[in-house]
Design a protein around this ligand. Structure first.
Ligand SMILES: NC(=O)C1=CN([C@@H]2O[C@H](COP(=O)(O)OP(=O)(O)OC[C@H]3O[C@@H](n4cnc5c(N)ncnc54)[C@H](OP(=O)(O)O)[C@@H]3O)[C@@H](O)[C@H]2O)C=CC1
Ligand SMILES: N[C@@H](CC=O)C(=O)O
Length: 409
């Protein structure tokens, strides 16, 4: 790492961004978050920011559409073989193209739409992004394949904005590769959506360190879905029913076991620890999973029928906490003050008035202790999951890059 504080990047503004030309955006993922990105892009087209971002590529795991000049209405109609996109105002073009991609069945013929390809490959994406303009990949997938390309794109001069935590929250070597690539190429990595779904947590950590502070400890609720689940769970109705509701509301990971196992929170505390200058590896975080072994091995397709395996153990945990006047909260903790910094993730039974037990809905609540906040921590709280806030965080990062500003990341 350079002499800068860990996670703080000192890069020159992208001269291509300064030219006033729209940044070319490739959106990967058209699920819960990707669709919200498309809707927000559409709304942005009706705002003073309309010329900042040009959508040139949209893909999911099945199909992709590309147009280097922008997925405008005419191109969209030709690409996707649909009539209504052409009749729409240009303000609707991005979302129309994306929505059409999102709804493509796997077996759709591509004969009528030359640039709509049956199989979305990441190599196709790379052909659309070249050095002529500011190019931004928005990763709204939960894909390892995509995350392993982040460093390569950054090296190639392409900025990356991500909701997926598998890049910076995965193996230490991958995080190092991303950091090295952006430092070497002067590219930017927008990661605001990865922790707190855009809450200014990473930004706060970086700004404290830029001002000379050292981070002592971090503790809090980092999972929006688990915050919601343990806020709702009353020990009477089955926990599994609430899991179904959280999944339907778009709070969980594509596979809710990634939340319930603590893996999503492990990734988030790794991202925070690394941003705080503590380069932990995956195994440096002790994680308590809520997923019983029998459930861990169920194929995704059969998961729903097996979710009831969660019910008895969690009812027991709830009853014990209730008897003590306590609340169950899924907490991540990092302490950098010990000789060997360590992190933990798991379900805790907290006094009802514990500062970390407060919060409603999907609220994340994160306390940060540093030199200046040595006694009373800095606390950041707000919705920590949901398509709307996540899409907003992704596009805020993309706009900062398009405008040639430094971006947290
Ligand atoms: N939901 C939330 O509140 C938040 C989510 N996030 C993160 O956002 C990401 C997306 O979550 P969500 O939208 O809920 O997930 P979904 O499962 O709803 O959507 C994932 C999308 O990724 C696509 N995809 C998978 N592999 C590839 C690939 N190789 N190339 C292109 N597209 C691919 C899928 O394609 P297909 O449609 O073909 O399956 C799908 O469209 C996750 O990493 C999650 O952790 C971050 C913060 C908050
Ligand atoms: N599944 C995640 C979504 C945001 O990162 C969570 O529950 O927090």
């Amino acid at each position: 790492m350079s002499a800068a504080a860990p996670g703080i990047r000192h890069v020159s503004a992208d001269p291509r961004a300064a030219s006033g030309e729209s940044a070319r955006v490739a959106l990967l993922g058209t699920g819960t978050v990707g669709r919200a990105v498309l809707a927000r892009l559409e709304a942005l087209q009706r705002s003073p920011l309309s010329n900042r971002l040009s959508l040139v590529h949209v893909a999911n795991s099945r199909v992709a559409a590309s147009d280097r000049t922008g997925l405008g209405p005419t191109a969209t109609a030709s690409l996707l073989g649909v009539g209504d996109a052409a009749s729409g105002a240009s303000s609707t073009a991005c979302a129309s193209a994306g929505a059409a991609v999102a709804s493509q069945p796997a077996a759709r013929s591509t004969a009528a739409a030359p640039a709509l390809v049956r199989r979305s490959t990441l190599d196709q994406l790379e052909a659309v992004l070249d050095g002529a303009a500011t190019c931004i990949v928005i990763d709204a997938t939960a894909s390892e394949d995509v995350a392993t390309r982040h460093a390569r794109w950054l090296h190639q001069g392409v900025h990356v904005v991500t909701a997926c935590k598998l890049g910076q929250g995965g193996p230490l070597a991958r995080w190092q590769a991303i950091r090295d690539a952006r430092v070497a190429a002067g590219t930017l990595y927008g990661d605001s959506a990865t922790v707190g779904a855009g809450l200014p947590v990473l930004r706060a950590l970086r700004e404290l360190q830029a001002g000379g502070d050292r981070i002592h400890a971090i503790a809090g609720v980092l999972s929006g879905s688990l915050a919601w689940l343990f806020g709702q769970f009353d020990g009477l109705r089955p926990f599994s029913g609430f899991v179904r509701e959280a999944r339907a509301a778009g709070y969980t990971e594509p596979d809710p076991r990634d939340d319930l196992s603590g893996e999503d929170v492990r990734r988030k505390i790794l991202i925070l620890a690394r941003a705080a200058g503590v380069p932990l590896d995956v195994d440096d975080v002790a994680v308590e999973s809520l997923v019983p072994d029998e459930l861990a091995h169920v194929p995704v397709a059969d998961l729903d029928a097996s979710l009831a395996l969660l019910d008895t153990p969690l009812r027991t945990r709830f009853a014990r906490a209730y008897r003590n006047g306590e609340k169950l909260r899924f907490i991540a903790r990092l302490d950098t003050r010990t000789g060997r910094p360590r992190a933990t993730v798991g379900l805790e039974s907290l006094p009802a008035d514990d500062p970390l037990a407060i919060g409603a809905g999907t609220d994340n609540r994160i306390a940060i202790w540093s030199d200046r906040y040595a006694e009373q921590p800095l606390v950041i709280q707000g919705p920590g999951a949901g398509a709307g806030v996540t899409a907003a965080a992704l596009l805020d990062d993309a706009l900062r890059i398009a405008q040639g500003n430094r971006v947290a990341g």
